[in-house]
Design a binder for this molecule. Structure first.
Ligand code: APR
Length: 232
């Protein structure tokens, strides 16, 4: 590995699997019997707001029953100790990275513990259920929705991510299938810069071909080992 100063880490559902949060495309995928189109698209929200709000209320409530695992904690240690640039880009909408101490973190697909106003676009921390028609404290419209980036909507902070990738010496992808863009394309952006690329995953992802190195195994084993080697 070349000397490393600036790191971008991408995480997906696989990093939270060992905390007990189901992944999306594994056996018995997360969607709890729902097709993605039924709960994670703007059309679904318009067609059946109660179903979509209930689906995310259930996932938000589940956060109280899970805890960060060794992989989240290792990234928290890296965040606290790393002297160079670090950006953890998570596709996950859980708060396990935060609870493990990560601060240099962004949620590209939104967050369960946040509500978005469909009228004024204000995002605000939210715990507990979020019934359809909940009133926005900023603009007063009964227009709060789950702060989740649905398929077909624009992911958050793409410019900041692209800038970090262009300046990265190392790009590490953890626990993601490489099935959903734009996140699945980050490895290629990183390679167009000067970044070395490493994938840590339970199985080769759809994008494994683009990584200089792929390590196969559970995040709770691979991520602490990788962080320890970096901080040594
Ligand atoms: N350790 C490491 N990797 C794991 C583990 C584990 N314990 N368990 C599962 N994985 C891997 C799987 O092999 C798979 O490659 O994590 C990946 C999970 O892939 P997905 O379920 O597709 O989740 P993700 O890649 O995060 O999905 C991306 O798709 O549905 C949308 O918006 C949603 O953010 C999500 C996006």
């Amino acid at each position: 590995m070349r000397p490393v100063e600036n790191i971008v880490v991408l995480t997906g559902a696989g990093i939270s699997a060992e905390s007990g949060l189901a992944t999306f495309r594994g056996p018995g995928g997360l969607w709890e019997g729902h097709r993605v189109e039924d709960v994670c698209t703007p059309e679904a929200l318009h067609r059946d707001p109660a179903l979509v709000h209930r689906f995310y209320d259930a996932r938000r409530a589940a956060l109280d029953t899970v805890a960060p695992n060794a992989a989240h904690r290792a990234l928290g240690r890296l965040d606290a100790a790393w002297p160079g640039e670090l950006l953890i880009v998570t596709q996950n909408v859980d708060d396990l990275h935060e609870r493990a101490g990560a601060t240099r973190l962004l949620h590209i697909h939104g967050e369960l513990r946040s509500a978005l106003c469909a009228a004024c676009s204000k995002r605000r921390a939210h715990t507990g259920d979020l019934p359809p028609g909940s009133v926005c404290a900023a603009c007063g419209a009964p227009a709060l929705r789950p702060d989740i980036v649905f398929f077909g909507e624009m992911p958050y902070q793409m410019e900041r991510i692209e800038a970090a990738l262009a300046d990265a010496d190392l790009f590490v992808s953890i626990g993601t299938s490489g099935a959903v863009y734009p996140a699945a394309g980050f490895v290629q952006t990183a390679r167009h810069g000067r970044a070395d690329t490493l994938e840590l995953n339970l199985e080769p992802s759809a994008g494994s071909y683009f990584f200089a190195q792929t390590r196969i195994g559970a995040a709770s084993a691979l991520v602490p080992a990788w962080v320890n080697s970096l901080l040594a």
